[in-house]
Design a binder for this molecule. Structure first.
Ligand SMILES: Cc1ncc(C[n+]2csc(CCOP(=O)(O)OP(=O)(O)O)c2C)c(N)n1
Length: 741
């Protein structure tokens, strides 16, 4: 640095091609709108960011720090922060140190961003956003929403936030951002190739192409490398500059004035037109990908050396010296002062208290307030006139017994009427009313702003939910089939479920994701329409998984999920058994045993189903059958046949696959001392593993047996029955359980 600065002094003020030195209050260079004063502030952010990277490595080497992915070479992003408003929500990738520090300095009152970042490096429990759970850039007061390390996974959320922001106020959502805010989202050049990014950028263009407002500024910080893999020269420009409905801007990340001016132009474009833009910053990466990365293993010394010419700190120093705002010596002093301050802070904070117990770590995962949820269920009532409108004059409680699909449809209508900020969306949900008619009629009654068809991309569907929920809206997206949830699972696993963890509960993304699920469509549709795998959901911390089998349970459980989302910020997966959507009968054709009347609002409180509470059928004392979903119908039918032979069963419908109703299962198991788990999901990773393990953990002394579907995909046609749990298998296993004594 010192050599470079001495060279700067030889440049000296006024020796620039065009002009005389600029006073500190004037612009930093001719043609730019960046003032010298602002440039100095940003220089300080850039310097401190560089020294934070050095401190990170020092802390790591002394065992006090836990993160070394740095921002060195990317410090031009301070100019992007300056070009935005502090109220513009920012979703930043991991090289955003200077952006964060610049925004912190801009805040009123200004924050000590260096301290925030340092607390993150040492995993201090006092770190303001993740509380020692991770090193992220984030702060609520700075409107910086923390992101995971999964590259590109935040782009769908950014898309969703930009989609929702212009709409939220009109739908009564009092979110934290002004209606004219724009969403800033940064990522690297290799990340652009990730299908998550490609999908989100495509979805942004798809919206913009149709004239939908979408104030999204995509910022690609292009250092030419993805860890060790070079991005082909010119690739980002080639792939992103020719889009019809996303405006492309490009700037030199080593030239702060260029970054600032270009980012300001891009932000103005996005804000004024409410249209997306792609800001491409050419930057360099210093110090390898992370502290542990040895760059010399895959880059030639000359390549590494050539990056030094493009150091953004020197770029800004050149601007300041040329403008007469600093001398070379002053640059050097500032650099040294920054280093001393940052390293002193590193020493001061190195031993800050960290999280020390599982309870502390897990506190933000799944806050549950059952009383508030119960009260919110009753409050979902919209009032009589609104309800009548919502149900097109025909109240569902007056319609006689309903199917599962009709009960869900009526509950959604009631919820839409009661909550103006509730959105229902997904593939085919609006005009068609869903593949199985579950959302039929809702779009006509509640309008396209609230009930709408999405493009065909599950990642974007969930991304809209992730973003919309941050604005105070309550999204109820539909995933058309469980197999296609898996297509986009990271948006729930990596994004929705982790946000409260990485923000100590300061950010939540409440949502109720409806998923048409499970098998038994009478041989129709094969695997993709009969997927019975819930293993990928069951281990997601904090996730609520509902699986109603009966129409009355579906209505009450959907209300519980909506209330839990609202009160506790819960992320709820609502698995709807497709084969039961239109089922009417239980034992014999025409018995109507699978229908149920819709409860009027006066009964909602009394009929409230708390999270994690099972339902019990029968009072037999021989066998307890524990089941859910399609398994409930098969088990009830099997129990009826068993009872004809004098075998008394009680059937426990779990209803909730997470949290599992362990207390209810244990109680019912202890009555008979014999438990049969009838599980339509797969033998490996299926729900029965959890139930049986819970019984074993609790020291259940009785007999245990399970029947489950095979570890297979579901074939089309009658062969489906060969791998799926059957009523006969349940019956046989129950008899076997008794005979083996
Ligand atoms: C989905 C995913 N795959 C792999 C990784 C591991 N990984 C971390 S950073 C990175 C390279 C990203 O390169 P780029 O997007 O250019 O950003 P840069 O690190 O260069 O700033 C990879 C592969 C990851 N974090 N997420």
């Amino acid at each position: 640095m010192a050599d470079a600065v001495r060279a700067l002094d030889r440049v000296g003020p006024g020796s620039r091609l065009h002009g005389a030195p600029h006073p500190a209050g004037g612009v930093i260079t001719e043609g730019s709108r960046l003032t010298a004063t602002r440039c100095l502030e940003l220089f300080d952010a850039q310097l401190a960011s560089r020294h934070l990277d050095i401190a990170a490595r020092w802390l790591r080497s002394s065992g006090a720090g836990f993160y070394t992915i740095g921002s060195s070479g990317h410090e031009g992003n301070a100019g992007v922060a300056a070009a935005l408003r502090g109220t513009d929500p920012a979703l930043l990738h991991y090289r955003s140190g200077a952006f964060y520090l610049a925004r912190a300095a801009q805040a009123s009152p200004p924050r000590d961003g260096v301290r925030d970042v340092m607390l993150g490096l040492v995993a201090a429990a006092d770190e303001p956003i993740a509380g020692g759970r991770h090193k992220v850039f984030g702060h609520q007061a700075l409107n910086v929403i923390p992101q995971t390390s999964t590259i590109a996974s935040h782009l769908p959320r950014a898309l969703g936030l930009a989609f929702a922001l212009p709409r939220a106020a009109g739908l009564g959502a009092a979110g934290p951002w002004p209606a004219d805010a724009i969403v800033a989202c940064s990522f690297g050049d290799a990340s652009v190739n990730h299908s998550t990014a490609a999908g989100a950028i495509n979805a942004a263009e798809y919206c913009s192409y149709q004239g939908l407002p979408l104030p999204l500024l995509l910022i690609c910080e292009d250092n030419g490398l993805g860890i060790s893999v070079p991005t082909p020269p010119g690739w980002v420009t080639a792939a992103q500059s020719g889009r019809r409905a996303i405006r492309y801007f490009r700037a030199d990340g080593a030239d702060l004035a260029d970054v600032y001016d270009t980012a300001a132009a891009a932000a103005a474009w996005v804000r004024e037109r409410k249209a997306p833009a792609f800001l491409h910053l050419k930057v360099v990466r210093f110090g390898g990908h992370a502290g542990s990365d040895v760059e010399s293993g895959y880059r030639r010394p000359a390549e590494v050396a050539s990056d030094l010419d493009r150091d953004p700190l020197l770029g800004t120093a050149r601007l300041l010296v040329a403008a007469g705002a600093l001398t070379g010596q002053e640059v050097l002093s500032r650099y040294e002062e920054s280093r001393a301050r940052v390293l002193a802070l590193a020493e001061e904070l190195a031993n800050m208290p960290r999280l020390t117990s599982a309870a502390q770590v897990m506190a933000p995962l799944a806050p549950r307030h059952p009383d508030a949820v119960a009260a919110a269920v009753a409050a979902l009532y919209a009032g009589e006139p609104s309800r009548r409108r919502a149900h097109a004059g025909r109240l569902p409680e007056d319609q006689g017994p309903l199917t599962l699909a009709q009960a869900i449809n009526s509950t959604l209508a009631d919820a839409l009427a009661a909550r103006p900020g509730l959105l229902v969306f997904g593939e085919d949900v609006a005009r068609k009313g869903g593949v199985y008619g579950v959302t039929r009629g809702l779009a006509g009654r509640f309008g396209a702003r609230r009930v709408f068809d999405s493009l065909l991309d599950e990642q974007s569907v969930l991304g809209v939910a992730l973003g919309a929920s941050l604005t105070g809206l309550l999204p109820v997206p539909e995933i058309q089939y469980l197999a296609y949830f898996h297509n986009a699972a990271d948006q729930i696993r990596g994004e929705a479920a982790t946000l409260s963890f990485f923000s100590s509960g300061q950010y939540r993304n409440p949502m109720v994701v409806r998923v048409a699920s499970l098998a038994y469509q009478k041989g129709f549709g094969g695997h993709f329409h009969n997927d019975n795998s819930v293993a990928a959901l069951r281990d997601i911390p904090g996730l609520v998984i509902a699986c109603p089998a009966r129409p009355d349970d579906a209505a009450a459980m959907l209300r519980t999920c909506l209330a839990a989302a609202q009160e506790d910020g819960s992320v709820c997966l609502f698995l709807e058994p497709i084969a039961l959507y239109h089922e009417r009968d239980l034992h014999t054709a025409g018995d109507g045993g699978w229908l149920a009347s819709y409860a009027p609002p006066a009964l909602w409180a009394a009929g409230h189903i708390p999270l994690g509470r099972a339902r019990v059928y029968g009072d037999g004392t021989d066998v307890t059958i524990v089941t859910f979903g399609n398994g409930l119908r098969m088990s009830l039918r099997a129990a009826s046949r068993l009872s004809a032979d004098g075998i008394g069963c009680r059937v426990v419908d779990l209803r909730w696959l997470a949290p599992l109703p362990i207390a209810d299962v244990l109680r019912e198991a202890s009555v008979t001392g014999r438990v049969l788990v009838a599980d339509e999901t797969r033998r490996t990773g299926g729900v029965s593993e959890g139930v049986i393990t819970a019984l074993a953990d609790a020291g259940f002394p009785g007999r245990l047996r399970r029947v489950a579907s095979e570890d297979s995909f579901i074939p089309i046609g009658d062969a489906a029955a060969t791998v799926l749990l059957s009523q006969q298998a349940i019956e046989t296993a129950a008899r076997d359980l008794l005979q083996r004594e």
